[in-house]
Design a protein. Sequence first.
Length: 183
Amino acid sequence: MSEPPLRADARRNRTRILAAAVEVFDRHGTSASTEEVARCAGVAVGTVFRHFPTKADLLAAIMKDLQDRLATRAETLAAEGDPTALLTFFAEVVEHAAGARTVVHLLTAGGMDVGVDRQVAGLGKALDTLLVRARDAGTVRADVELDEVIALLTAACHGALAAGWAPDLRHRTVARLLDGLRP
């Protein structure tokens, strides 16, 4: 049995809590407190605990929210029909991975398997749609396969996460990877 849908105010609170948590964890790392997340979100600490009983639940929800936002972004790009959408999305995913570095490290330190490979593979359907359009438009080489795109994107996300690439290195590395996909 699924849970009943959240009321509008509860949905807004949940969204504010997730946004605040990303900011607080990025700023304070492992020392971030639930109380600080509540203050930053403008809600009572009990509201945070009602939505996310543990810090691990909050961190996992941040990752799920990111995955959902990326899937929605890919769908939006696909609907717009821009032949360079695959390249745009690839770069955006790597940037989001870099931005989630603190959260990923906190989850991993807590014994949770973040599964960057699974996260990227979960975007497979959206990536496939973008890849087909890009190949048809001649934006990427005709011989580029979906599994190659997923492998390259996964590798770039791992690098951005594990090595903490500086923004300049991240941009240059992504540019080189995307150059390899172009005709």
